[in-house]
Design a protein around this ligand. Structure first.
Ligand SMILES: NC(=O)c1ccc[n+]([C@@H]2O[C@H](COP(=O)([O-])OP(=O)(O)OC[C@H]3O[C@@H](n4cnc5c(N)ncnc54)[C@H](O)[C@@H]3O)[C@@H](O)[C@H]2O)c1
Length: 335
């Protein structure tokens, strides 16, 4: 199938994806499942590859509404034998399978290396051999910047990850760019900020503190705020899915990595207040800044990813807005 020209409006996404074949690795997780649902809605034939790792956000419920309309391959991307057959014939590969816990990457760095680094190279190599024409979008992370040297953090900011996950994701992203430059693969990468929305893992803080905050608030337990003035930006999961589709339909995006962040920066305190207000009840318990500072130093620095350009457009139905793209991806795709 010939790929459509860059999507001018969300409506044009249908023209790009209707009748196409799309593969989503990590499609049982928070973002991959939202992407799979949207692809099905747009008329794509979707295959999900997911190992359903117990400590990940994988959940079959995330694809309940589309279960009969997708192919699900319970395959580990580290399993090299099965990849070529799965990759063959797909127009799009949305590559989201990852070990996402930063803490786990420090306690079990080799697993993180195998999934986020080695398996990414294996996947690209398989693509190069059996499906070099596929459009590939990789889920990177803004964590690869490390502690900000300046704000706003744009894509020219030095990359200096502060944990093993950041190093491996940085390598995974770099492989995608190299395979585009060296072998002509149609790859791009989005550096994601904190994503939230339906399907997120809320049973613990393994993926994000927001998950456990939501759970505690709903269950009437206090949410713990360490400090509170730290700033974050958030993206709604369906907007992130939309951004992946835009990147896939924008040839100018190829061989590039883009920041993808929210359009508003909020402090943790503000976030806690918002959650409590939305729930109509709840309370928080603070830990003063001096007590958590040492701990934070050993963790990773997170800064607001700032926007250079805002790709806002109304999404059908949900009325949500797409987040931002630096490097004017939005204007490349939307103009
Ligand atoms: N959620 C965020 O805030 C955020 C922020 C930055 C980057 N990202 C990136 O976005 C992507 C998706 O994140 P998410 O939040 O949906 O995570 P998630 O844990 O909800 O989903 C990841 C999925 O990948 C699958 N997976 C992991 N290892 C696998 C393997 N070896 N083989 C096959 N499947 C495997 C898991 O089973 C899971 O279903 C990841 O690449 C992550 O690094 C997410």
């Amino acid at each position: 199938m010939a790929l459509a020209s860059p999507a001018a409006t969300p409506g044009d996404l249908r023209a790009a994806f209707d009748g196409s074949r799309a593969l989503v690795t990590g499609g049982l997780g928070l973002i991959g499942s939202a992407l799979a649902r949207r692809l099905v809605e747009l008329g794509a034939s979707v295959t999900i590859i997911d190992a359903s790792l117990p400590e990940s956000g994988a959940n079959l419920r995330n694809i309940e509404s589309i279960r009969e309309r997708v192919q699900l391959a319970l395959v580990d991307v580290r399993c090299t034998d099965q990849l070529p057959e799965l990759l063959r014939g797909h127009d799009y590969l949305f590559n989201l399978a990852a070990q996402v816990s930063h803490v786990a990457s420090m306690s079990d760095p080799i697993t993180d290396l195998d999934i986020n680094c080695r398996a990414q190279l294996t996947l690209l190599e398989a693509c190069r051999r059996v499906n070099p024409g596929a459009v590939i979008v990789f889920a990177s992370t803004r964590q690869i910047y490390g502690r900000p040297e300046y704000l706003p953090v744009d894509e020219r900011h030095p990359l200096c990850p502060v944990d093993v996950n950041g190093v491996n994701k940085m390598a995974g992203e770099a492989f995608h760019v190299v395979y585009s430059n060296a072998f002509g693969l149609k790859t791009s990468a989005l550096r994601l900020t904190n994503t939230y929305g339906p399907g997120m893992r809320i049973k613990d803080a393994r993926q994000t503190f927001v998950g456990i905050w939501l759970r505690n608030i709903i269950e009437g337990r206090p949410i713990e705020i360490w400090g509170g003035m730290q700033k974050r930006d958030f993206t709604y999961v369906e907007d992130v899915a939309e951004a992946f589709l835009l990147a896939a339909t924008c040839p100018q995006a190829q061989a590039h990595a883009f920041n993808l962040g929210g359009d508003r920066v909020v402090s943790l305190l503000e976030l806690a207040e918002m959650l409590i207000a939305t729930n109509g009840a709840g309370f928080s318990r603070g830990t003063p800044a001096h007590r958590y500072r040492g701990l934070l130093r050993r963790r990773w620095a997170v800064s607001p990813t700032h926007r250079l350009a805002s790709a806002r457009y109304a999404r059908t139905g949900a009325g949500a807005h797409a987040g931002l793209f630096s490097r004017q991806l939005s204007s490349l795709c939307l103009s």
